[in-house]
Design a protein around this ligand. Structure first.
Ligand SMILES: NC(=O)c1ccc[n+]([C@@H]2O[C@H](COP(=O)([O-])OP(=O)(O)OC[C@H]3O[C@@H](n4cnc5c(N)ncnc54)[C@H](OP(=O)(O)O)[C@@H]3O)[C@@H](O)[C@H]2O)c1
Length: 307
């Protein structure tokens, strides 16, 4: 059986909007309900779409009412809001009889020993708590889960300001020599994977953490691709992920929590130690879900930035 009646939280966001747009194209989906703080956001118009205003995710009774009759709840809430509200969202889903929950994880593999050792008590603690919560609920037979473990959103890293890739200044930081293998995804690919999960037999994705990958690359391959696509020489900065992590810890000590977060997440996504490199993710649904090449991903980001 596939999921036909779907609720989504965070659909007005960067990832959530891509998921919502894709859900509305899937023929078997008969009902999509957006739970939102921003009911006036520019949601698409569709006869199967309902937008429900949720003033607070802590109001579990109201949330339960909104979730009744749905088979799948997808969370695409922002990192901090998901950390704060996941327990209420899953409680309401269970109370409403929703069969399957997809938590807003979408990051490094937070259950990987390396991720736990580096950042388990800090920036990924909320993701770990959410992963454990949904696993415990599934063990008790309260709800099923499917979690997508994505590693880096490359479109996000190419298009938004961050310490290692500056597409406007054409500067890239080669981490740890630039030869380690990495994997990544685009948010469009994540949306397509969720679409595939919605349509495929439920048993094949039941109670699983699925590590997905759209493209495998190295820092040097990325530099070469940026230079090829922009037809310009890029400035290269050589740094180690350990150095970046150390600086992040110092930044955190001075209250710069964004710097602390970014340094931790750069370390885990790009140090090649397994929390952000999912070799097997390249095989998942191979041929059934469209994967872009690194060049196509870079071209699309550069064209969006030049728009
Ligand atoms: N792997 C990567 O490289 C990467 C990069 C970015 C994000 N992510 C992950 O992807 C997921 C989605 O992130 P995103 O960047 O798409 O999120 P986002 O655009 O910042 O926010 C998503 C939605 O969350 C809701 N929201 C925001 N702040 C809130 C608050 N204080 N309380 C309640 N709801 C709030 C809003 O929805 P409404 O207004 O509609 O309620 C918002 O549109 C997160 O799990 C994040 O960690 C991963």
């Amino acid at each position: 059986m596939a999921f036909k009646k779907i609720a989504i939280a965070g659909a007005s966001g960067y990832l959530g909007r891509k998921i919502l747009d894709h859900l509305l194209t899937i023929p078997i989906v008969s009902r999509v309900t957006v739970l939102t703080h921003s009911p006036l956001a520019d949601f698409p118009s569709s006869p199967i779409l309902t937008v429900i205003s949720i003033p607070s995710y802590r109001a579990v009774a109201a949330l339960t009412l909104a979730l009744q009759g749905h088979e799948l709840l997808i969370s695409a809430l922002s990192r901090l809001s998901a950390d704060e509200t996941d327990e209420f969202l899953i409680a309401a889903a269970i109370a409403a009889g929703v069969r399957r929950y997809m938590p807003s994880e979408y990051t490094v593999d937070c259950m990987h020993p390396h991720a736990i050792a580096v950042s388990g008590s800090t920036v990924i603690a909320g993701k770990i708590a959410s992963a454990q919560r949904v696993q415990h609920s599934a063990e008790k037979g309260e709800i099923e889960y499917t979690t997508l473990v994505t590693g880096a959103f490359l479109d996000f890293w190419f298009e938004y300001p961050n310490p290692i890739i500056d597409t406007n200044a054409k500067t890239i930081t080669l981490l740890d020599g630039g030869e380690k293998k990495m994997t990544g995804v685009t948010t469009e690919f994540v949306a397509r994977c969720i679409g595939a999960i919605v349509a495929m037999p439920e048993e094949s994705t039941n109670n699983q953490r699925i590590r997905i990958a759209e493209v495998e690359y190295t820092g040097k391959a990325l530099l070469q691709t940026f230079e090829e696509v922009t037809n310009e020489k890029w400035t290269v900065v050589d740094r180690s992920t350990d150095e970046i992590l150390n600086e992040a810890v110092k930044a955190g000590g001075k209250g710069d929590m964004r710097g602390f977060y970014m340094g931790n997440i750069i370390k885990l996504n790009f140090d090649g130690e397994g929390a952000g490199y999912f070799e097997e993710g390249m095989e998942w649904l191979d041929g059934a879900v469209k994967r872009q090449s690194l060049k196509e991903i870079v071209e699309r980001s550069i064209s969006r930035l030049n728009w």
